[in-house]
Design a protein around this ligand. Structure first.
Ligand code: T4K
Length: 379
């Protein structure tokens, strides 16, 4: 007999933001009010920048109003042009920043396990126009940074990492923001750590700091000199204050998510047709998303069917990342977008489902979500 499962009384989403204590936040905001300094590298911005340098374990960092503008500026600062090799399995921002820089995205297939750009396939996509590789640490899983660097060095290419999902990720104790020429972190409200909207670029080259800081501030060097066509990418004081306050809760949130991860792992391991990326040794996880893959043949139901059925239980999952960027109307006509060039990405985009994962869930909630999945399979 199948057990009756009632829907959740309130909608359950894939994520919920950390909300700092309102009283503590308003105390901090009082300081901002008193100073009347609201943006343009105020004291909160400087304080926040300093804190992040040590948390992300990077030598240089520049704060931004969001991750997308940060990535646009990263491409500008490295003077990229022509073609850049990237992944189709990502959020639209990744290829769009190339287009905004007048660069043609070249889509490379992904690794069937990690879902990150396949380093063994990059070389065959390189042409005389290629200037860089823009790789994404998808769902916080680090790319094969060693192989990517090897290819890049062999062909004189720059490397940018979209680390939007990788806050706090470390490889053998090294902050993920140290790899490649530049890494971009997103501090959007849906991220483990956030500033409502916001982001940062991290890099090891000292010379990039002045260049990037100019580019995000209209190219203004001083009151009488504008030295390059910059943009407005500045993070304001309110965002910085929220960042400072949210930082206080990140470890607690990570710990809660670690427990939920283990609960999911226990409950899902025996469901035929469901797989997920387990913890990787020597990697500090970002606990950003919990993504399952549904093998329709083994599970007996398609990903789209599961997505729809979950809604009947008030559970709102997301199909990150479907459709592939290479299937958007603006990129479909590119030769590299041909599905036969991207077999692993095409398959994975049909299988993935991001399921609820945030500290506000209890282990019972997670148990119930898994039972709903089992019920969907068996009915
Ligand atoms: N590169 C990659 C690989 C990225 O994933 C992203 C952003 C970027 C670059 C660009 O970085 P930013 O410029 O955004 O800094 C969300 C986010 O807006 C986006 O930042 C994120 N990736 C992407 C993966 O997810 P949507 O449109 O799918 O999110 P939305 O609004 O449907 O939210 C998802 C769920 O989160 C909601 O169902 C409920 C919950 N939620 C959301 C918001 C906004 C809340 O509980 N509170 C909230 O305030 O894009």
């Amino acid at each position: 007999m199948t057990q009756k499962i009632t829907p959740f009384p309130e909608p359950i989403y894939i994520t919920r933001p950390i909300l700092p204590d309102l009283n503590e936040l308003s105390e901090k905001l009082k300081e901002v009010w008193a100073s009347q300094r609201l943006t343009n590298r105020g004291p909160q911005h400087e304080l926040f920048q300093k804190e992040l340098l040590s948390i992300l374990k990077v030598p240089y960092l520049s704060l931004f109003n969001n991750g997308t503008i940060a990535l646009i500026v990263a491409c500008q600062s490295l003077r990229l042009s022509g073609e850049v090799i990237t992944t189709p399995f990502t959020f639209p921002a990744t290829p769009h920043v190339l287009t905004w820089n007048n660069i043609r995205p070249i889509f490379c297939d992904i690794d069937p396990v990690t879902m990150n750009i396949d380093p063994n396939k990059i070389e065959s996509m390189i042409t005389p126009q290629t200037t860089a590789i823009l790789a994404v640490h998808v769902f916080g899983t680090p790319c094969d940074v060693v192989k990517i660097q090897e290819v890049a060095e062999r062909y004189g290419l720059k490397v940018i990492y979209d680390a939007a999902h990788a806050f706090g990720v470390e490889v053998d104790g090294i902050g993920i923001g140290n790899f490649g020429n530049i890494s971009m972190f997103s501090f959007h409200a849906t991220k483990l750590f956030h500033t409502v909207e916001g982001g940062a670029l991290t890099f090891n080259d000292k010379n990039l700091k002045a260049q990037i800081d100019l580019l995000k501030n209209f190219g203004i060097k001083n009151e009488e000199e504008v030295v390059m066509p910059g943009i407005n990418g500045k993070m304001n004081e309110i965002q910085a204050v929220i960042g400072i306050e949210v930082l206080k809760y990140v470890d607690e949130e990570r710990n809660k998510r670690r427990v939920l991860f283990d609960t999911y792992r226990q409950c899902l391991k025996d469901i035929n047709g469901i797989t997920f990326l387990d913890k990787i040794p020597d990697i500090r996880n970002s606990y950003q998303y919990f993504v399952i893959r549904i093998d329709e043949k083994l599970f007996g139901k398609s990903r789209d069917y599961v997505y729809k059925k979950f809604k009947e239980y008030n559970v709102f999952t997301r199909k990150y990342f479907y459709p592939l960027c290479s299937d958007y109307t603006c990129y479909k006509q590119l030769p590299s977008s041909t599905p036969s060039n991207l077999p692993a990405a095409q398959k994975i985009a049909r299988e993935v489902l991001s399921i609820p994962f945030y500290g506000g869930l209890s282990t019972d909630d997670v148990g119930k979500i898994c039972n709903i999945l089992k019920k969907i399979r068996n009915t």
